[in-house]
Design a protein around this ligand. Structure first.
Ligand SMILES: Cc1cc2nc3c(=O)[nH]c(=O)nc-3n(C[C@H](O)[C@H](O)[C@H](O)COP(=O)(O)OP(=O)(O)OC[C@H]3O[C@@H](n4cnc5c(N)ncnc54)[C@H](O)[C@@H]3O)c2cc1C
Length: 235
């Protein structure tokens, strides 16, 4: 890793070093990226696939690993009929090479030098996990509060790691093992997690991001503190 070996805009060839399926809906890929630029938690990469006939598809994926990790980790939710996520979840194997570009993003980033709140829906938890791991590296997990929402626990990325870190996990469907009544994340649940100062990161589908932003605004969080990453369809 280096801070200046290649500009962010350059495409590089990453090698898949591990493939894990934490649930039938997702894959965790760990990539070796030669001469990669250190990323900040919250940033993402673009993965570009090129078919034999020249057809190209590229999608953005957040980095789940901390800066200190020698490999780049991505959590990809497999969408039914999704071109790129299905390929990554069902076809990609250890040893495969993927074209990647990054790290990208300058607003949705956390350096670990302020208190912060992260609120995610489903796979939107991926960049928050990078922040959590970074906070642990710094010895400052107390700076970061996290809330993650999903329909069921198997839709929560890194559920065990998040739960162990004290993250609030809000499941909208009933789960016998959860001490919480099924339902969406509420303002009452978020209120004690909002720091007096520092950014509030919101990440997930457009619908989730809008709802979570409304909750934070309703709690009196100023607009300039709310940083949103929408995982909408990308082309
Ligand atoms: C900055 C950024 C970071 C992202 N990080 C991640 C990440 O860490 N993990 C991750 O799994 N995804 C992430 N995404 C979403 C990702 O880029 C793709 O949009 C997603 O994987 C779907 O691509 P696809 O080719 O499989 O589906 P497509 O072939 O593009 O679409 C298939 C169908 O799914 C719908 N669709 C497309 N994207 C989504 C979506 N995100 N949610 C719901 N429906 C969708 C389409 O409208 C279409 O109906 C991120 C997006 C952005 C913009």
């Amino acid at each position: 890793m280096t801070a200046a070996a290649a500009p962010t805009g350059a495409w590089r060839t990453a090698t898949v070093r591990s493939v894990e399926h934490p649930s039938p809906h997702a894959v965790v890929l760990r990539l070796e990226v030669p001469d990669r630029i250190d990323h900040l938690p919250g940033q993402h990469y673009v993965i570009r696939l090129t078919a034999d006939d020249g057809y190209v598809a590229q999608r953005s994926y957040s980095i789940a690993s901390p800066t200190s990790d020698p490999l780049l980790e991505c959590y990809v939710e497999r969408l039914d009929g999704g071109e790129v996520s299905s390929f990554l979840a069902e076809v990609a194997e250890v040893g495969d090479e993927l074209e990647v570009r990054g790290p990208i993003g300058g607003w949705f980033v956390w350096r670990g030098d302020t208190p912060a709140l992260g609120v995610a829906g489903g796979s939107g938890a991926a960049p928050l996990v990078s922040m959590l791991r970074h906070a642990r590296d710094l010895g400052r997990p107390d700076l970061l509060h996290l809330a993650v929402s999903a329909a069921t626990i198997d839709r929560v990325p890194y559920a065990d790691e998040l739960a162990a870190a004290g993250a609030l996990i809000a499941l909208s469907r009933a789960d016998a093992d959860s001490g919480r009544a099924a339902g969406r994340l509420t303002a009452q649940e978020l209120a004690p997690l909002v720091p007096a100062e520092g950014p509030c990161f919101v990440c997930g589908s457009a619908r989730f991001a809008d709802g979570a932003t409304d909750l934070l605004t309703g709690l009196g969080v100023a607009d300039h503190r709310i940083r949103v990453e929408r995982f909408g369809p990308s082309g």
